[in-house]
Design a protein around this ligand. Structure first.
Ligand SMILES: [Zn+2]
Length: 435
């Protein structure tokens, strides 16, 4: 098979079964952590023969991996290869939690790089600018590696502040920009303030990874417009589970396809092992099928999304589709007066409104189970008196229409929510009573 997309769904499912059987045997033989978990769950590795056996396996989560790394430093007893096999050492990034160490073997790195090369389509005529830091981070390091191997000219700009990045960008005119969605938006805000016209900088492709955002329709539209019609590509992956997705589906705006020949995907009701009906939101749970070093079985990602699975997508792919990309983190989903609300839903409203900057934040106060929600938004310019009151009413009405909830709205002066110069932005501030 030349392209993984040429597989039929039946062939794919058979391949997944073979690979799952081999992976379970591998981790059981090689890893104290998995040997104990499988034995405790009463799973005989020899009895795992098809993908239908997946629900019999125990699930795993980040806290267990962290505890295992604490008791078996540095990489944990879930590492299945020896240090001499390891090529890279990374740690996870993210807005919460202690970092997890990630070791990558030459075998696992090659799988990742080869699949990324099929997707990236960088060439010697491209100049690729990486906006975020690359050191110690899987995704950005891989992007750097793939771009340089393709012969592109690479600018690793992570250490420069935003103004310096913009100055170099206007000078070098990169064809490809890579960054997190919230930082890409911030870059466009600063460009507007400093008079850099990003619609005239030769940017053809903007690649967003590391956090959801570029698949939120309003944010995607905003990025398209502010980068002069550049192609916006969203990627979803985790340091624990790279090579998750193949990138955007050409037939469904905002959707991504999984690399299901590498990873088995489930969508489960939060806190249970019960699958949600197809198309309904649930926690995404992943099983590595091809990796040798820190492969994970039924890893609870804490990311929420909804799946489509069928014979073949309209774009030709037999791989499961993640509709609208990741909608949020299990931890960020709040129940507000009986409705579940994600920061991404707020973002989809805020980014459509005139007179606001792109920054926003949700703040929860009061009792844990019946909180008060305030949506804090920044105005684009200083605004006072009646104009401010009118804008606040408009934001409130838009949130009510878009979300069927009535949060309080607070207008903040421009720059109030300004976050770190790069990286990921925290969109939820939880000040609820702890008792
Ligand atoms: Zn598709």
């Amino acid at each position: 098979v030349s392209r993984p997309e040429d597989l039929s769904r039946d062939e794919l499912v058979a391949l997944q079964g073979e690979r799952l059987a081999a992976s379970v045997r591998w981790v059981h033989e090689r890893s104290e952590f998995w040997c104990r978990k499988l034995d405790e769950a009463g799973v005989d590795p020899a009895s795992i023969t098809s993908i239908e056996d997946l629900p019999r396996l125990p699930t795993s989560e980040r806290a267990e991996l962290q505890a295992d790394q604490d008791s078996h430093p540095p990489a944990g007893s879930y590492a299945c290869t020896e240090r001499r096999d390891w090529l890279w050492i990374f740690t996870t990034s993210g807005t919460s939690g202690r970092p997890l160490r990630r070791v990558v073997s030459a075998h696992d790195w090659q799988i990742f790089v080869e699949r990324s090369e099929q997707d990236s389509a960088f060439g010697p005529d491209d100049t690729v600018m990486l906006l975020g830091p690359t050191d110690g981070m899987f995704g950005p390091t891989a992007n750097l590696h793939v771009a340089s191997r393709a012969g592109a000219t690479v600018i690793a700009a992570g250490r420069w502040d935003t103004r310096k990045k913009l100055a170099e960008l206007a000078l070098w005119r990169p064809t490809v920009l890579i960054g997190t969605a919230s930082y890409l938006v911030r870059l466009t805000d600063v460009a507007a303030q400093t008079g850099v016209d990003l619609t005239d900088c030769g940017i053809q492709t903007v690649l967003s990874s590391g956090e959801p955002g570029a698949s939120i329709p309003a944010t995607r539209g905003m990025l398209e417009q502010r980068f002069g019609g550049a192609r916006i590509v969203d990627r979803y992956g985790m340091t624990e589970l790279p090579t998750l997705t193949r990138g955007s589906c050409p037939a469904h705006v905002g959707a991504l396809h999984f690399n299901e020949d590498f990873v088995a995907v489930e969508c489960l009701r939060e806190g249970t092992t019960e699958p949600v009906p197809l198309g309904e939101p649930g926690e995404l749970v992943f099983t590595n099928l091809v990796n040798d070093t820190q492969p994970l079985l039924r890893y609870r990602s804490r990311d929420v999304g909804r799946l489509w699975v069928g014979e073949r997508c309209e774009c030709g792919s037999p791989f499961a589709r993640l509709e609208r990309s990741v909608e949020g983190r299990v931890d960020d989903m709040i129940w507000y007066h009986g409705v579940n609300v994600f920061p991404s839903a707020i973002e989809n409203v805020v980014h459509k409104l005139e007179g606001l900057s792109s920054d926003y934040r949700m703040v929860l106060r009061g009792p844990r189970d019946w909180p008060e929600l305030t949506v804090e938004v920044e105005t684009e310019a200083l605004i006072e008196g009646e104009a401010g009151a009118a804008l606040r009413v408009r934001v409130q009405a838009a949130l009510q229409e878009g979300l069927q909830v009535h949060p309080a709205v607070e207008l903040l002066a421009p720059g109030s929510l300004e976050d770190s110069d790069s990286g990921k932005t925290k969109r939820l501030l939880d000040l609820r009573e702890t008792a």
